[in-house]
Write a protein that binds this ligand. Sequence first.
Ligand code: EPS
Length: 356
Amino acid sequence: LRVTTFGESHGPAIGCVVDGCPPGIAIAPEDFAHDLARRATGRSRHTSARHEADAVEVLSGVYEGRTTGTPVALLIRNTDARSRDYDRIARQFRPGHADYTYWQKYGTRDPRGGGRSSARETTMRVAAAVIAKRWLADRFGVRVRGFLAQIGEVLPRAHDWGVVEDNPFFWPDAAQVPELEAYMDALRKSGDSVGARVTVVADGVPPGWGEPVYGKLDAEIAAAMMSINAVKGVEIGDGFAAVARKGSEHRDAMAPDGFRSNHAGGILGGISSGQQVVCSVAFKPTSSLRLPVEGVDVDGNAVEIVTTGRHDPCVGIRATPICEAMLALVLMDQALRHRAQCGDVGDVAPRIPGAT
Ligand code: EPS
């Protein structure tokens, strides 16, 4: 499976090409709406106020509601891009942004805004993954879902999947939502931002997906998550907590009636074990702040930088569907690769039920 995207946040449109989809996957333009709305800006006061229609046009690869096996091209026209202050954007490097590194790499800047480095691009990843989620669910019963596992220093006190979709934070503890609302309101008023942790899991992944040395499932997942804007860390299973553990605690004991634990996050030796695949992703705090910061312009002069515009005080809030999308795309790719190499060869007994 090959996925690529194109377009800029302030250009006329964004789009993607999903190549290598098996034929026969049922897809209608309206299937994209749910996940795109979960990711979109402007749906609560806690995210960027930009209002995009995010209406998907299916340009190719789908005929009479089913994929044909040819590249699927999807397009979304930008409907609320606003560019002002061209000269300032083109001349200043916003600290914490890709402005400086794009300039060093390309020697040119798109003065319309964040352009290619804007998280607007993640819209198309979520759209592409609607196809992957559908295929994984229909073909294997795999379910990919996620939640916000931390905002700043705030951790959930309870975990209930049933409430995650009922609040603007994808937060698993309904009782804590008023506290989070107040926290985010105070943060927004202060002009500052905060980081977050998103946890995504896949249930129903059969054992055998992933490659043993190059293309390990955990390496592919980490690379996919790291390709999301603002991501600075990825953990599989216990992740960095494993550093402080003893091997006797961390290895997941196996018994005929099931794994006894899942510290490994469902991946052993780069290959899925049949347990729940678990991945946590760290998002840095948004760098675009109205609070002034020391910066430099393209002539090397010291300047004070103040970033105005429509920005998220916590990019992690909208990142749950994006992390789900990347996990689903990696899993679909690995499933196709596994099928290509092994067919049904790997379908062997015993199959040990997974612990979550
Ligand atoms: C973003 C900056 C803001 C956000 C944008 C992500 O947009 P702009 O590119 O207009 O400055 O509104 O989010 C979206 C538009 C979106 O659809 O996610 C950024 O710098 O990442």
